[in-house]
Design a protein around this ligand. Structure first.
Ligand SMILES: *Cc1c(COP(=O)(O)O)cnc(C)c1O
Length: 380
């Protein structure tokens, strides 16, 4: 491939006087400053305030998911989802090997052990076939619960991830999970603004987590949200994020170990202002993605497009190169020239802390790991 041509095309798109083009930069063009100023003027910068409620409300309306509970980041949102659906110390949680480290770390915070299955090549998310195959060959049902025959541990939850905002085959995964009595939690950290068959991602499992970190499609600085259609689970989430405080006008009473996972008002203020611009971000990111698609197809390079039924947020655009050598050359040339590009993640199963965890063949994960790179994807 012609790296020089790619670099000049990317420079042309972003048309900036800056020498460096980042992978994804936030954009603050709305009410961010006004809302932050209001936090300071009113002294409501911390754990309560109108922006926390306003942001949660807006998330609920936008996603059509009944309840949103905002948290300090996406990683602890995943952790709490797992704990709330009933993951206990010593349990196992099935996830994909091709994901960002936070997915696997959150499983460990719940004192459970990850099991890694393969992804589909055309979604980069968990493969229902791989999941079904793993469950068929490695598990048995005892007292209505799913047990891993090799380890003897209970498999309590399944945690697929929607890679770069692209929907995995979540409906098929949901059917398999219910057949095996496994709770489905979606790592929708990258998927704010992504829909599948008209439903926002995070609306297919029992609970879901979203991230609002600085590099995501919209940001609260640091932050995350738990989404669920189950009001009692949302209530539990609110309680666990606030040190498991039993509601009372003045008494300090706590009846289990909770967390300080609440999102401060100052972060929610930023989030609300970003939320107001989300549709604009999505529109502009789609323009960028379609530009990339046309360009890379004319260069005979595979652009990772959305599938039928999907409305992707195109958070991070991705291309699939021919092999590892081409990938290395591309990463070297682009980064040398100030165009930030990054390879997809190293498989979780290869990292020292997870290398003893059970996994399947991971052929597609390996294939993608060698070839996929992300290219600059900020709102243009
Ligand atoms: C960003 C991300 C997270 C974690 O979100 P933070 O807000 O950074 O803690 C989790 N999972 C995936 C897949 C992510 O991309």
């Amino acid at each position: 491939m012609n790296n020089t041509k790619v670099i000049s095309h990317i420079r042309e798109i972003f048309n900036t006087s800056e020498n460096f083009i980042p992978l994804h930069a936030p954009m603050f063009k709305g009410n961010e400053k006004a809302y932050l100023e209001n936090c300071i003027d009113t002294t409501f910068v911390s754990s309560v305030g109108k922006y926390v409620d306003g942001f949660e409300q807006k998330l609920q309306t936008y996603t059509s998911i009944k309840k949103a509970v905002v948290c300090v980041n996406g990683t602890n949102s995943i952790h709490l989802c797992l704990e709330i659906v009933g993951v206990k110390p010593g349990d196992e949680v099935i996830t994909q090997a091709l994901t960002f480290i936070a997915t696997a770390n959150a499983i460990c915070y719940a004192q459970a052990k990850p099991v890694f299955v393969d992804v589909d090549k055309d979604t980069m998310g968990m493969s229902p076939n791989a999941l079904q195959h793993f469950l068929e060959n490695n598990t048995e049902i005892r007292n209505d619960e799913c047990y891993n025959k090799t380890s003897g541990n209970r498999i309590k939850a399944c945690l697929p991830m929607h890679t770069f905002g692209h929907a995995c085959r979540i409906k098929e995964i949901a059917i398999i999970c219910s057949k095996y009595n496994i709770e489905l939690v979606e790592d929708a950290a990258e998927a704010m603004g992504s829909f599948y068959e008209g439903r926002h991602l995070g609306n297919f499992g029992k609970m879901a987590a979203i991230s609002f970190n600085g590099n995501k499609i919209m940001t609260t600085g640091g932050g995350g949200a738990i989404l669920t259609n189950d009001e009692s689970l949302a209530k539990k989430a609110k309680y666990l994020t606030t040190q498991a405080k039993v509601p009372h006008p003045w008494e300090y009473s706590h009846d289990e170990i909770g967390y300080n996972y609440r999102m401060p008002n100052i972060n929610a203020a930023l989030g609300l202002a970003q939320m107001e611009q989300l549709d604009f971000f999505l529109e502009r990111k789609r323009v960028l993605a379609m530009n990339y698609k046309a360009f890379f197809e004319s260069e005979n390079i595979v652009f990772f497009d959305e599938r039928p039924g999907e409305k992707c947020n195109f958070w991070l655009n991705a291309i699939i190169l021919k092999n590892r050598e081409e990938r290395e050359e591309f990463l070297k040339k682009t980064n040398e020239k100030g165009v930030m590009t990054r390879p997809i993640w190293t498989l979780m199963s290869k990292l020292p802390m997870f290398k003893n965890c059970q996994h399947d063949g991971l052929q597609n994960s390996e294939w993608l790991e060698e070839r996929v790179v992300n290219i600059p994807s900020s709102v243009i």
